[in-house]
Design a protein around this ligand. Structure first.
Ligand code: SAM
Length: 354
């Protein structure tokens, strides 16, 4: 089967897939720790950006979070926003994770908790507001290809006895076209033997999730690169990464369903899909640039208590140091009908890299 089919089953097969089997994934006892799980600094900075956008959007605004994980970001945004949204929508495909989110949000006062609504599909009614997706695009299934004699072959999954293994096949037409378009955008041919991934469903997904946004801001935060760096000749083995109990490994066939499976994000592709969907690309930055522009460090400086200051300093380091999440994670901001500059991109916008 094509690798995107395998990845989709490994992550979402009812009852068995990684995101739907009800096993613990987040935090210290799980497989990975996302930025909002580190503490409150990430959500506090994001809340400032949402507040700024909401100010020019409308008195009534909606926040749509894509893939809310443990619900920590939703909880911290709702309690940290100066003017909380009238509705906080969570698009979450995983039933067990919805339960975890319910539980996390139960600590909120009723008047905030009552604003949360879970969705199976993007809202059908148009809204003005903000869409946030932290570490969601990396979970979208990707096709995998290998270059041979100047053309793409598709790397598919086969069974070798009891084990899964790779097998090369002539590419599906969509994959072949996507790799051709990719090379023509890069202005160079990928060398023979070069292996990488491409998310052929990304444009459709971006269009679907952003379509109801009448006016407002879209923020995607994830690990990834601009296209030129993603398909750099030296990155010749692709970007697949698996997480199991805080260890990263690169073999997607180890414990499917028990191991998180993801690929880095081609942010140029996300921006292109956004433009195709009628959005304006407003800013692109490393996570460091975004968080510091929004004053994430101020909470550390202002903390009166030594122990608390140390704890916050540690959290800030994990979020912003180049060897931690700071450079690997990027933030892409796109808008519809908003001309105002965005504070998060005021310090280090790197749109030219896309
Ligand atoms: C790595 S977790 C990130 C969770 C959370 N945003 C955070 O930062 O902690 C990925 C989340 O995206 C959800 N997800 C996966 N595919 C999705 C999709 N196609 N649409 C919306 N959510 C998705 C997963 O169920 C999970 O909640």
């Amino acid at each position: 089967m094509p690798f995107d089919r395998f990845m989709s089953m490994a992550l979402y097969e009812p009852g068995l897939g990684y995101y739907v089997n009800g096993l613990h994934k987040f935090g210290r006892a799980g497989d990975f720790v996302t930025a909002p799980e580190q503490g409150g600094l990430f959500a506090a900075a994001l809340a400032r950006q949402c507040d700024e956008a909401a100010e020019v959007i409308d008195d009534e605004w909606t926040l749509l979070e894509l893939g809310a994980g443990s619900g920590v970001l939703a909880r911290d945004l709702l309690s940290g926003l100066r003017r909380p949204p009238s509705e906080y929508l969570i698009l979450e495909p995983s039933a067990p994770l919805r339960e975890v989110q319910h539980e996390t949000l139960s600590s909120l006062p009723d008047k905030l908790r009552e604003r949360v609504r879970w969705l199976d599909a993007p809202p059908t009614t148009p809204f003005a507001g903000v869409i946030v997706g932290n570490e969601v695009i990396d979970a979208l299934p990707v096709a995998r290809f290998e270059m041979a004699e100047g053309r793409a072959r598709e790397q598919c999954v086969t069974l070798e006895g009891e084990r899964f293994g790779w097998v090369d096949r002539p590419p599906r037409q969509r994959v072949e076209r996507a790799v051709e378009a990719l090379q023509s955008h890069l202005g160079r041919k990928l060398p023979d033997g070069y292996v990488s991934e491409i998310c052929i469903d990304l444009p459709g997904w971006i269009e679907t999730v952003t379509e109801p946004l009448e006016r407002g801001l879209v923020l995607f935060i994830d690990y990834g690169y601009p296209r030129e760096e993603f398909y750099h000749p030296d990155r010749s083995g692709g970007t697949l990464v698996c997480h199991y109990r805080h260890r990263a490994h690169f073999d997607p066939f180890v414990w499917p369903g028990l191991t998180d499976l993801s690929a880095f994000v081609d942010f140029t592709a996300v921006a292109e899909a956004g433009v195709e969907a009628g959005l304006d690309v407003a800013g692109f930055s490393s996570q460091t640039g975004f968080l510091l522009a929004l004053g994430a460090h101020e909470a550390v400086e202002q903390s009166g208590d030594d122990q608390q200051r140390l704890k916050l300093a540690g959290e800030l380091k994990r979020l912003t140091l180049p060897g931690e999440m700071g450079e690997k994670f990027k933030v892409l901001g796109m808008t519809r009908g908003l001309d105002e500059g965005l504070r998060g991109f005021g310090m280090m916008s790197q749109l030219h890299r896309l």
